[in-house]
Design a protein. Sequence first.
Length: 605
Amino acid sequence: MRYLLLTAVSALALSGTVIAPTAHAQATEAAAQTKQDVDAQLSAFFKDYDDQQLAHSPTSKSYRGIRDADYGKWDDPSEAAELAQYQLGQKALADMEARFGDARMSEASQLSYRLFQAQAQRSANAFPFRRNSYIFDQMNGAQSQIPAFLINIHRVSNKADAEAYVSRLDGAGPLIEALVVQSAERAADGIIVPDWVFPYVIADAKNVISGAPFGEGEDSPIYADLKKKVAALDISDEEKADLVTRGEAALNNSLKPAYEKLIAEMERQQATAVDGDGIWRLKDGAAYYAERLNNYTTTDLTADEIHQIGLDNVERIHGLMRKIMADVGFEGDLQDFFQHLRTSDEFYYETREAYLADVDLKLAAMEAKLPEFFNTFPKASLVIKPVEAFREKSAGKAFYNGPAPDGSRPGTYYVNLYNLRSMSKIELEALAFHEGLPGHHLQRTIQTELGDVPPFRRFGGWTAYTEGWGLYSEELGKDMGFYEDPYSDFGRLGMELWRACRLVVDTGIHHKRWSREEAIEYLTENTPNPEGDIRKAIERYVVYPGQATAYMIGKLKILELRSRAQEALGDKFTMGEFHDVVLKSGPVPLDIMEERVDDWIASSS
């Protein structure tokens, strides 16, 4: 019957008879056109908002690969600029809701609308606590961020780019000095880092202004970088010499005095540092920590609930570890096995080169396996680099920087090889999968390459999603056939255990008022990690309240949703389709991720 109907319609069309569309068809077409118009208008709205944000942030432009008249500038660090940025976001929210709140739009636009609301609400929740953050600490301070930015982000392809580099060197001094003033003001209000943080900040600052041209010795990191980038340009020797000379002057006359003021202020504050490591000691510390947990986990879980989730998962993982311990024939208890892994030379590399070579091998094998589990792949390449010498003492053990959207900069997996006894062989696989493939590089590059979503989604993020994906990727590696060595599989469990313990120690420090030493003792008793690794981690959690809780909370949600989909869909379930549902939205809060997976299950059943 269907064939006959199609044939009759085709015959009428061929005879030249015009069939007028029905009223329903006209209405449907009009509604579709209206949706397209609204989608286009909303897209233009988000683009305009992004342009306004970028106009206030020259450094954000540089991360995006944009080189324009602002390429030689830094962001305005003033409170007035911070307030203007906040008001810009809140006004944009009000404008969006007024213009599009009742409009019919596509599902993709509805998601963007909701995510913009969520982003603005997150900003509003955080704004009252904006003066509680530390200006200088071992994780986030400008003392190391400025040289890292110049070396890794500021690209020099022509003379104008080099001129911009010199301009940024000139501007770095006033930027640092403004931040020093803010740090002193916050310290006067009781917002001051614990006393053990100051030596890290001071050492990093001294490293930046050591060596030539500040004094004798090898070229300082920034000076060496400037000379290398200028030397590669296709310009005259006279022009190259002029750029280096002016850069040298900027380093000596602007950057060095500012760093000296920073060092002096840190030494002054250290003498007045108070006892206590957690933010409970701040006047609004409890409310601030609740906001931080909500910000990073995108849930309403309380500190006590997160603490208990951590304890439960520590117990679960310890059970899995004991099974591997029995499989390899180790005699003794779990603590004895931890000590064996910490102290035996067989579990550590002797050279940086050997470590990096094994990372290359593992990531190459993972890349070859991806098509069996993924439908969508990153276009940008991945490079592995050791953390630079000037910041390796204070930096974390590993981290990832995303690629530039224009392809001018690859994704970069940084490995901190300052102390090889903190970088166990048994953790290498899981760490590489987390930071590289199928972890941050795959997820964040796919996000950046989502050309049909608004910029705030391509370049923004939700920590529980991003870090949850990274931790999920570690376990996914086992599903993909990796961790064949039982010690490597133990290392994977050790990495998961580490994130479960984070739930315990982060809430312990900032909610239960544990000292740094108590938190270190907990990790020492419950993880196989070496002492240096443990101490550095606890010091990170102290100055970065709440962030460490996002990993395990995010991973548990992704695994929960995958299990739900596998149970509901049975043979219809594929890893590639599930991963597309999670990845091709870009980062979202966990409740929205759950909605998307549930919708996919319903549509696929």
